[in-house]
Structure formats: C-alpha cells, structure tokens
Design a binder for this molecule. Sequence first.
Ligand code: PSU
Ligand code: MN
Length: 308
Amino acid sequence: MTQLHPSLLFSQEVLDARAAGKAIVALESTIISHGMPYPQNVEMAREVEQIIRDGGAVPATIAIIDGRICIGLSPEQLELLATSPDAMKVSRRDLPFVLSQKKLGATTVAATMICAELAGIAVFVTGGIGGVHRGAETSFDISADLQELAQTSVAVVCAGVKSILDIGLTLEYLETHGVPVISVGQEGFPAFFTRESGFKADFRLDSAAEQAAFIDTKWQLGLKGGVVVSNPVPAAQAMPKEEIDAITTQALREADAGGVKGKQVTPFLLSRIKQLTDGRSLATNIALVKHNAQVGAQLAIAMQGLAA
Ligand code: PSU
Ligand code: MN
C-alpha cells in the first residue's frame, strides 16, 4: 500500500474495509451541514450509509475534524456536523485553513474528491454537483467542483445539476476540461429534481461493469480527472418541472435582490427552494441521494473487481 498522508484519520469500519479489500464509497458532508435542515440531514446521512452497506460496500463520509481529514465518521461525528452552526463549508481553497486552524469543516464535492483521492477511494456518491451559475458571464460564479473534476481522479455519482445553475454552460465547461459525463438508464442528463434537463449526457452506460470499464480505461490511459456518473431521480419522486422552474426563478431573484454572494449562494438557493415547496424538494433530494447510493455501491464493487 502506498504511503498515506499523515492528516488522514480512518474510522475502524473503513480501516477494516481497506484491510479486507472491500469496496469503499466516499460521501460528502456539506450536504449534511449546509444542504439540508436538521434532523433530516443526519437521518439522510445514516440511511445513505446503510444503503451502501446493504449494497455490499463500505461508506466513508468525509469531514475535517480537530485538524484531521476524517475518512468515515462515527454517529456522534455525523450528529456534530448536522447540528453545528459553525461547521464551515470547505472547498479546495478552504482546506488548508480548516485543517491548520483545527476548525470543524464539512467538505463540498471538490474537497471530498481531494480527500477521497488522498485516501485511495475512487467512487464518491452525492446529490448534485456544483456548476456554472446563471449569469456567470458577469458574476464569474463557477463552482470549484468543476475544476476539481478536471484534475482529481474520482468518479462522482450524482443526479446531475440543479436548474438553479446554467446546465448548458456547466456541460460546456466539463467538455472543455475533458470531463466525461455518463448517464445511467437514459440518454438525457438529469436536472436533479427532474429526470430530464433537455441536454444529453455524453455516454449512456447502464451497468456498473460498463461504467467501471470506462473509468478504468480513462485512468489507465493516464487521463487524470473525474467522471460524472449522472443518475436520474426515480420517477415516482421527481418534481413537476413547471413547479420547480417557477420556484427556482423566484429563489434566484431573491438571491440577487438580497445581494447573496460567493459560497453562500448555493446554500441560500437550496434552503429557499425547500421553503417554497413546503419541504417537498427535500423529500426529492433525499430520495435521489439514496438512489445514487445504490448505483455508487455497485460501481465501487465493479471497480474493486477490476483492481483485484
Ligand atoms: N448541490 C446540492 N446540494 C448540496 C450542494 C450542491 O444539491 O449540498 C453542495 C455540494 O457540497 C457542492 C456545493 O459541492 O454545494 C457547491 O457549492 P458552490 O456552488 O459554492 O461551489
Ligand atoms: Mn460559487
């Protein structure tokens, strides 16, 4: 085994999985601290972990605690992230601050990818990735998640990107940076709350074996960087497109009028959409993360099979 970074701290469950050569799936923690309200956030986190176990893999939720990069969290640590108002949203640029200052940090997609790669974990499950915001031509608001996908070799299972973002520009950005976008079970690229965004994914690969072969081929070629594995929300839990479009427009207008900027933008929009849908967006959000956990567990097992 290669030398591990000294900041990494593995939970016993993840240590055992590593020793046994079991498939491991990384999970982010910003979705817990900034993406959902308490107590649904911690319930979601526990249930998603259990779905991954039931799927035959081992979950590794990642966060920064007491100056260490924790790979796999205890129930108490999950609760801490779910309830601490001072948990920082940690992306690439924030990692050195939160680690060296020993603050409590919840990792975004970008930071979770960095930590997963350090820990030797190739598959990461989340809800939605960040992207190019609408109006980015003047605000320059492009999530650091996209740059991370360009350079860090971790496969990210998600339900696409939200329509709070400019989905077309997000896909253009990914293409420019050589990040392949796979879709599962359909040709279209999903839009998080809805199954279709109106855009196609680059490649449809329905089985975990095909997805794993694709990802392995990319990395064997020396092509560093991530792969987006986009998995649509189950039909029964999807939201009506007209409703989510109208609410998104309203939330965006409020963010603009309120001068919401920088890293606050995404959490603000998520929480407003939840309020404006009377919590129905939250139920959809939780359902799609669980669905992604099933796909991610299968993918991690297929990847592990190739490595063996
Ligand atoms: N999208 C969601 N839920 C989330 C996020 C995005 O549906 O919780 C979080 C993820 O952690 C993602 C981050 O990496 O927001 C992106 O933030 P920003 O747009 O500031 O880069
Ligand atoms: Mn941003």
